[in-house]
Design a protein around this ligand. Sequence first.
Ligand code: MGP
Length: 260
Amino acid sequence: MSEQLAPAPAPAPSSELLQSAGDAEGGNKNWRKDKEEKEEEEAAAGALVGEEALCAPTALLSLSRKAPDQGPTESKLELHPLLSRWALWFFKNDRSRAWQDNLHLVTKFDTVEDFWAMYSNIQLASKLSSGCDYALFKDGIEPMWEDSRNKRGGRWLVSLAKQQRHSELDHLWLETLLFLIGESFEEHSWEVCGAVINIRAKGDKIAVWTREAENQAGVLHIGRVYKERLGLSSKTIIGYQAHADTATKSNSLAKNKFVV
Ligand code: MGP
């Protein structure tokens, strides 16, 4: 774990973070109020983000974010900035709608504390229904092949067996998130766009998306560091596929451009 991430308690830091943010009970009341207001806003806007995924993380994030000039009693939280601002997206499969219309922006964050506030207040990936995804992308990059920062890129894909959902999925996804926001890829950090987890009955998938499928050195570096970070054995092979191949594949899996 990088030095920047060290202050974050793991793996269940929510109560600590929220308590240190101040009056936890008052916070809960505010949270419920904020949640009701947010639900009304979403209903009004027709943006129905899956209840199963969300517990008003944006409202909770505001509890932990204290302005630095709030005075000595209220500014006890020292926030630890991340190198980039990140956006969490949620996808819920509704076949009556276009793929893009099922994609919802949940929240954005740019500090270690807000990352944990977000993580602690959304549903674990293993508890989502089949067909749902989470995606964490750098702010400004949409989690789709069509985005200009993705269209020449590809993904390192970790395909899991069905039985791994209960034993390993949440751990691997959390490691993936920390891997991303820690940005320890040396000069290749700019190449990382984000990561996606697909919850699927046929077997779940986690992937790290990078920007340039033709940049062999960068892609391989990221793949090696990622594989090591996940603690995958040398016998486990993960493959990298260009989005252009995935988007036009004729069978179930696009061909691997690289493997590590
Ligand atoms: P998926 O959700 O990535 O994988 O793509 P799944 O459900 O495991 O299916 P499989 O085909 O990999 O076995 C499912 C479908 O969603 C794709 O075939 C596309 O129709 C659509 N889709 C997925 N993504 C990531 C995109 C995207 O970035 N853009 C668009 N337009 N459609 C996408």
